[in-house]
Design a protein around this ligand. Sequence first.
Ligand SMILES: [Zn+2]
Length: 265
Amino acid sequence: MIDTHVHLTWRTFDGQVAEVVRRANEAGVRAIIDLGTDVKTSKQCREHAHQFDSVWFGAGIHPNDAGSARAGDLELVMALCTDDRCVAVAEIGLDFYRDHTDPKVQERWFAEQLQLAKDLDKPVVIHDREASARLLEVLDDVGYDGIDGPGGVFHCYAGDEAMTKQVLDRGFHISFTGNITYKKSDRPEIAKLVPLDRLMIETDSPFMAPVPRRGKTNEPGYVGYVAGALAKAHGVSLDKVIFETTKTAVKLFRLPETLLEGLEA
Ligand SMILES: [Zn+2]
């Protein structure tokens, strides 16, 4: 399995990253993508990616951190993105739920980083919290999609049926996290609308721990619960979901094909 979205730089993991990565590997997680939310954490993610064979990273300015980003940060993100372990411009997007950052400022950073991803030919990992309509407009303004461009994934996916169609039509992938395992979640219904070869799995650690770990600190070793929920939603075997989501992540993030060895189609 590939956990396509984690934040190992979060304070919760201080001094424990090696253990968390080891537990994930033992649970069958072959690759972990550690994502930055500002320049400082993006640099820490780069360190993790050079320290652990199973960790790759993304560098970017998260919408909730856009307000404290400084002039010159875009150039620093660009430099980080040229690292050979960097697989995405991430995490980027829009968040109109929290009022951390003026929407105009978020939109400017989002657009600039989309352009950067185009220039560098790297995919993006998109955070969309109650901002879907505006987010699609910015994507269209920049001319960014997964058909002609490097594409990307909508992470911790929260979109409705109409949004799902828009996202898929633009060639993007969709990643689900632990909330798909929650009892009253409508995510399994939405997941059914997404073709198997457009799906990915993530934990969004340390947040959103899946059942039966709900309420605890999440870690990449728990990503199998998300795969299990997708298998149930699609009525296919767990092996099938693991194969398909791994293949999709390998392709999107241009990870080594060896990560697919031994997996059943
Ligand atoms: Zn995240």
